[in-house]
Design a protein around this ligand. Structure first.
Ligand SMILES: [Zn+2]
Length: 846
């Protein structure tokens, strides 16, 4: 089906004004049927009567379609488009269609809970799936009110086998007759923001400041929701109050529900009044403080969208940064400001920003705000570390550059000017320029219109008296993208603690990329000179040779967690750039990890050491010893952690993920309930983590997996089992998993993705060797057949990431030379191949 182009959207926006959708969904047969009924009445005007246009719809069949009362011919519908000709000044289109439920989390997703057989539905319209739910003009700048009515299944009074359904949507709903629900008209919103959620969901409610707040989940997770609802409401309320204060416009969408939904393909979705959240964030097992902090950030992020995105919406998808970068920036900021997670920016620095730096250095890098994104399909590929993490970091830099007051005044003016409408980069810059009195043209060009990350290095001379004689900050850009950027940064002089700090402006127009820092001349030299202290900017940082020589000794005793995060982050990207040998990173990890007290720093560093350095960057002969060392570091952290603490859980997980043959006995004992660290609960997800590792190293197999699935017959248990089964080191298991990855369209996309995640293991290189060429031969057909979101995940996880060799690179290049592969697969393979090249370069120096 063709993807809507920018030119088509612009032409249609010029031609049409859409006033209202009435959508009536018949979900009454949801328990048994593969399709649902969708009837849409849309009223719209046309600026040039007599013209033609089209609406979008992806139906199993169209029962009837009428434009201004006249039936549309069958041939008007093809390829997901309904051609509309001879428009009048005022028009009414009525479409009655049968639509398929989805199993990919996009469109109207249908899930059957294996624990109790109950059926749950939710709609994900963003960013291009509204036509999977109702006939519409699916582009963000044709906003309209949406009035929804739903017929849901009715459970007979006294039927103990099935629970009554609840139906939720953007507006407040009422059950007007058994199973029949009607919802309040939404304010004008974009089609991608429509949602409906239906099933025997369990909910809790409060009202705060006049806004009804609800949280929901499926019934088999009710106890978990009840346990967490106090925390969820506490954070929601704190965020709502803060946004009212910051934005000075009331929350515009009436009630505010947050629904934890099964098999969600992303973190969460910001549907006005009815946010959908991946239900893994309800934490059925013990969660670490880092995970709870992340959940708080997701709550804050989605709520920020009610203003950034929902009240004022991007005109076209080249401005997704207006949505995502702002929500992301606000998410971390407000979490740090008004929740118990005051250290959220450390998490951002060590984990989230790494996602941005990595994405920004891939072949697929793009500007935060690209000037042109041609189709909705290409726009979807830009929901990545650049639009989120880099964009948020760039906004943080903008705040440092213009000051928080001016930034907020600009943002408020932007909301006032464009409420219930659409806006662009230029509109936002104009508002902030006006508020700050600064021309942001050059700033925006360098930061928002140019891709890639620059590097900041200090050049330092120290006199015989131990004082800095001269410090210069040198900025370099990658040769392919030679734009230097203005920065406002902190520079910290550290011993164990910060001893001296200055803030400086780097302005390449003035200094050509070499900024002297006379404020440091005469200051007693520290053991470490840290650029970007406080993490206000977005840049790779490097160390002067004296500081670098001190790192391993100093890092474990540095007091400030954010400073440690910056040092770790710098070490990671130097390793990725093959400037720091992987073995040196491992040495640093051994020194720092066992005593790392900031949990986000522990998690982020351990994950990089294990998943990137040990599994890919070290020569294979060194990997077992590295994993043993990491396991030992986790053991030390585990012994040092207080019983029952979040840190203990993080260390136990870490140990489970690094374990080698030496730890098999211990892990097997854990599973049997013996030798557990005091007060550590081996709950369902931790048990699966342990079992997965045992399976990978050949110490457990199908019998243990089946037994575990008996203990945990939940949907998440099924995903864990699929991942474990794909990881079993036998030819039969690999053949079965490969078949699932390539051909299984009946199972939900989640189960297919889980199989892809488990398939490749560095410990199983010989066993999976034959699948390396098969990936490049067989994935194009998979990607052509499956919906692009699913295809992207499957292609990425199933990529032979541990087959680090020139042959794999050559096979990838040969595939990329084909012209018939989908843009989604091309992007995945291009980027993953770049990662292989980095691994090859790292192996050469380690
Ligand atoms: Zn978002």
């Amino acid at each position: 089906m063709p993807s809507l182009t920018r030119a088509e959207a612009a032409a249609r926006a010029e031609l049409l004004r859409v006033s209202a959708y009435h959508v009536d969904l018949d979900l009454s047969a949801a328990r048994d049927s593969a399709t649902f009924g969708s009837t849409t009445t849309v009223r719209f005007s046309c600026t040039r009567p007599g013209s033609s246009t089209f609406a979008e719809l992806r139906a199993t069949s169209i029962v009837a379609a009428r434009l201004n009362g006249a039936p549309l011919p069958a041939e008007a519908y093809a390829d997901g488009r309904l051609q509309l000709t001879d428009l009048r000044a005022d028009n009414e289109l009525v479409v009655h269609a049968e639509m398929p439920y989805s199993n990919t989390g996009e469109g109207l997703h249908k899930f059957t809970d294996p624990e109790d057989g109950e059926v749950y539905l939710y709609a994900k319209a963003g960013q291009t799936f509204a036509p999977d739910i109702f006939a519409c003009f699916d582009q963000p700048d044709l906003k309209a009110t949406i009035r929804l009515a739903v017929t849901a299944p009715v459970t007979a009074e006294g039927d103990p086998s099935r629970a009554q359904w609840t139906v939720l949507a953007n507006g407040a709903g009422t059950q007007v007759a058994p199973g029949r629900w009607e919802f309040a008209d939404t304010p004008v919103i974009s089609t991608y923001l429509m949602t409906v959620v239906a099933g025997p969901y369990h909910g809790r409610h409060i009202v705060h400041d006049g806004v009804p707040l609800g949280v929901y989940c499926r019934r088999s997770l009710a106890a978990q929701l009840d346990k967490d609802s106090e925390e969820l409401f506490r954070i929601t309320v704190a965020c709502l109050d803060r946004y009212h204060e910051l934005f000075q416009i009331r929350y515009p969408f009436g009630k505010y529900d947050q629904v934890f939904v099964p098999e969600f393909p992303a973190g969460a979705e910001e549907n006005p009044g009815c946010v959908t959240v991946r239900e893994e964030l309800l934490f059925r097992s013990a969660a670490t403080a880092v995970e709870r902090e992340f959940r708080a950030m997701v709550i804050a992020h989605e709520m920020a969208h009610m203003w950034f995105g929902n009240l004022v919406t991007l005109r076209w998808w080249d401005d997704i940064w207006l949505n995502e970068s702002f929500a992301e920036y606000m998410g971390w900021r407000v979490t740090a400001e008004v929740t118990e997670f005051t250290g959220a920016w450390t998490n951002f620095a060590i984990i989230r920003k790494g996602w941005g730096y990595t994405a920004d250095q891939l072949p697929s890098t793009h500007p935060v705000a690209p000037e042109h994104v041609e189709t909705t399909e290409l726009a979807r590929l830009n929901f990545d570390g650049i639009s989120y993490a880099k964009g948020a970091s760039v906004l943080r830099q903008l705040v440092a550059w213009v000051g928080d007051d001016a930034f907020l005044r600009g943002v408020r003016a932007f909301f006032q000017a464009h409420a219930y409408g659409n806006a662009t980069l230029a509109d936002l810059l104009a508002a902030i320029s006006e508020a700050s009195g600064r021309d942001l043209t050059g700033w925006a060009e360098a930061w928002l219109r140019r891709p890639q990350v620059n590097t900041l290095r200090p050049e330092v001379t120290i006199g015989p008296d131990g004082r800095y004689r001269e410090v210069t900050v040198v900025q370099t850009a990658p040769p392919a993208y030679p734009t230097l950027r203005p920065h406002r940064i902190g520079i910290g002089v550290y011993d164990v603690e910060l001893r001296h700090r200055v803030e400086v402006a780097l302005d390449p127009v003035v200094d050509g990329g070499r900024t002297p820092v006379p404020e440091l001349t005469g200051v007693e030299a520290g053991r470490l000179l840290l650029l970007n202290d406080g993490d206000l900017t977005y840049a790779k940082i490097r160390f002067d040779p004296a500081s670098r020589a001190e790192l391993a000794a100093l890092l474990p005793s540095m007091v400030d967690p954010l400073a440690r995060a910056l040092v770790w982050s710098a070490a990671m990207d130097a390793t990725r750039d093959a400037e720091l040998p992987a073995v040196e990173f491992m040495a640093l990890a051994m020194a720092g990890l066992p005593v790392e007290t900031a949990e986000a720093v522990f998690d982020g560093t351990l994950r990089f050491a294990r998943e990137v350095v040990a599994k890919k960057y070290l020569r294979p002969a060194l990997r077992p010893a590295a994993m043993t060392e990491l396991a030992a570091a986790c053991q030390r952290a585990l012994r040092a952690a207080s019983p029952g603490s979040s840190r203990q859980l993080a260390a136990a997980r870490g140990l489970s993920q690094c374990a080698g043959l030496e730890e098999v006995e211990l892990l097997a004992a854990w599973l049997a309930g013996r030798q557990l660290p005091p007060e550590l609960t081996l709950d369902a997800d931790l048990r699966w983590t342990v079992l997965y590792r045992l399976v990978v190293i050949g110490a457990a197999g199908e019998a243990e997996i089946a037994a575990e699935l008996d203990r945990d017959p939940s949907a998440l248990g099924a995903e864990h089992a699929a991942r474990c089964r794909a990881a079993v080191p036998s030819a039969e298991a690999k053949a079965r998993a490969w078949d699932t990855i390539l051909h299984d369209d009946q199972s939900s996309a989640r189960l297919v993705t889980a199989a892809a995640e488990g398939f490749w293991q560095p410990e199983q290189e010989q066993l999976t060797e034959e699948y390396v060429p098969r990936y490049f031969a067989e994935m194009p057909a998979m990607a052509a057949r499956r919906p692009s979101g699913t295809a992207r995940l499957v292609a990425r996880f199933a990529f032979p990431q541990y087959a680090v060799s020139a042959q794999t690179v050559a096979a990838a290049e040969a595939m990329l030379a084909r012209e018939d592969i989908s843009p989604t697969l091309r992007r995945v393979v291009l980027d993953e191949t770049d990662e292989l090249r980095r691994a090859l370069a790292a192996r050469e120096i380690s």
